[in-house]
Design a protein around this ligand. Structure first.
Ligand SMILES: [Zn+2]
Length: 430
């Protein structure tokens, strides 16, 4: 089996995968872009389409109590720890076609490549279509993957989807899941040591690969985060003529908070410590604001992320110190509300080295980048599963309708994944 045969096995997936991407776009079409709402009609259609493609490949199809989809190529030893290749099939509202879906299709292409070469792996290869990764809907991270691992945070099943107002449990039930079983402790992967590795291919969500003129990057880490989805600042609504010294202006307090966070970020940038902070929602109260009113309430969401738990803890401390200062200076009160937390995802060094070697086998030059975004891979890493990720060049960013991954670049990334599988299973493949 030489490199030419291996590459040909992946190139042969060009048309079927292009057709599958086209079908997924059609299924999710919600101009502009696609909407694959998690535990809703959009995500359901994507799951059905992908399951149908997996069935055509003769894979075993199963689902768990969180309604995740498992498409398994049986290995020779069914009790051996499995290799999981996966990503999510939901999208943000009016998102692009590739964020998430590319990783699931890369898994299917890998399995189809093995079949084409007539190879049966020693262990099962499980392609996983993960539910509800995009936290814009339920404001909880990694719902599907953490549901499969039994690590969903307390209360997650009771959170409400922001658009429907219905609980996760209710949405999940509607899509064939069993939230009661999850509550009682059911999990698809009761023993993480039974997962040999978790691999995920994903479009890059920043323009590093575009800038570098390369098609593929190897992930060096996934950021952890702390988040406040529903924070607000309490000041005092007042007359527009009120002198400055009497004001408790919540909007100005919000503005000061934003500038302080950006200054903090610039400091970290200067020290070469990667992080990011985002005030995704940032507004006065539309029911109470107006031209002649000093804003007495200001609403925001905050996401702070970094690649190191110590850095993240330090940042949290600093954010609280900034808030205390503003409260004292401006006579306002911050109400941060519930905090959500996601652990930093550490990439397994051996997998990273293996992916680099796989790319070198096919003369594909790669970048090394820390993921700007959160990914399900972090949920697997958090329970000790060796994890690795591949990023594929993508123009125009993500979480918008204009994502633009080419099929050539997708096949480059998939070839790196496939070659890694061939290397990893070399001694056991038959
Ligand atoms: Zn994604």
């Amino acid at each position: 089996m030489d490199a030419t045969d291996i590459k040909a096995a992946i190139q042969a997936q060009r048309e079927p995968m292009q057709a599958l991407f086209d079908q997924l776009r059609q299924d999710g079409l919600d101009e502009p872009g696609v909407s694959r709402d998690p535990y809703g009609a959009g995500e359901q259609r994507a799951h059905a389409t992908v399951a149908k493609a997996a069935e055509a490949l003769g894979l075993e199809i199963t689902r768990d109590d969180a309604a995740n989809l498992y498409m398994t190529l049986p290995g020779r030893d069914r009790s051996a720890p499995v290799l999981v290749i996966g990503s999510h099939l939901d999208s943000v509202p009016h998102g692009g076609n590739f964020d998430g879906a590319a990783g699931v299709l890369a898994g299917l292409a890998t399995v189809a490549g093995l079949q084409r070469l007539g190879l049966t792996p020693e262990c099962d290869i499980v392609v996983m279509g993960i539910r509800a990764e995009e936290s814009v809907w339920f404001q909880v991270s990694y719902i599907g993957s953490r549901g499969s691992l039994g690590t969903l945070p307390d209360g997650a099943l009771d959170v409400r989807r922001v658009d429907t107002g219905r609980t996760l449990a209710s949405h999940m039930t509607e899509c064939g899941g069993n939230p009661d079983a999850l509550l009682a402790g059911s999990k698809h992967f009761p023993d993480p040591t039974k997962i040999r590795a978790y691999l995920e291919l994903h479009i890059e969500q920043a323009p590093s690969l575009i800038e570098a003129g390369r098609s593929v990057a190897i992930c060096t880490g996934i950021p952890g985060n702390f988040r406040f989805a529903d924070a607000w600042i309490e000041g005092q609504h007042d007359h527009v003529g009120l002198p400055r010294r009497f004001r408790h202006d919540a909007a100005i307090a919000g503005a000061e908070f934003a500038i302080a966070l950006d200054t903090l970020w610039a400091d970290y940038d200067e020290q070469g410590i990667p992080m990011a902070c985002t005030l995704g929602r940032f507004h006065t109260d539309p029911a109470a604001h107006g031209l002649t009113i000093v804003p007495g309430a200001f609403y925001f969401s905050l996401d702070v992320r970094a690649y190191d738990e110590t850095v993240l803890a330090g940042l949290e401390d600093k954010v609280h110190r900034i808030i205390e200062g503003i409260e004292q200076r401006r006579g306002v009160r911050f109400h941060l509300g519930a905090k959500a937390r996601a652990a930093v995802g550490l990439v397994d060094p051996a997998i990273k080295a293996g992916l680099e070697a796989a790319a070198a086998d096919h003369h594909i030059p790669v970048l090394h980048i820390g993921s700007p975004a959160s990914h399900d891979a972090a949920a697997f890493g958090a329970v000790g599963v060796p994890m690795g990720m591949i990023f594929v060049r993508n123009a125009n960013g993500s979480h918008n309708p204009y994502e633009a991954m080419t099929i050539d670049d997708f096949l480059d990334g998939t070839l790196v994944l496939f070659q890694w599988v061939m290397r990893d299973l070399k001694n056991s493949i038959a």
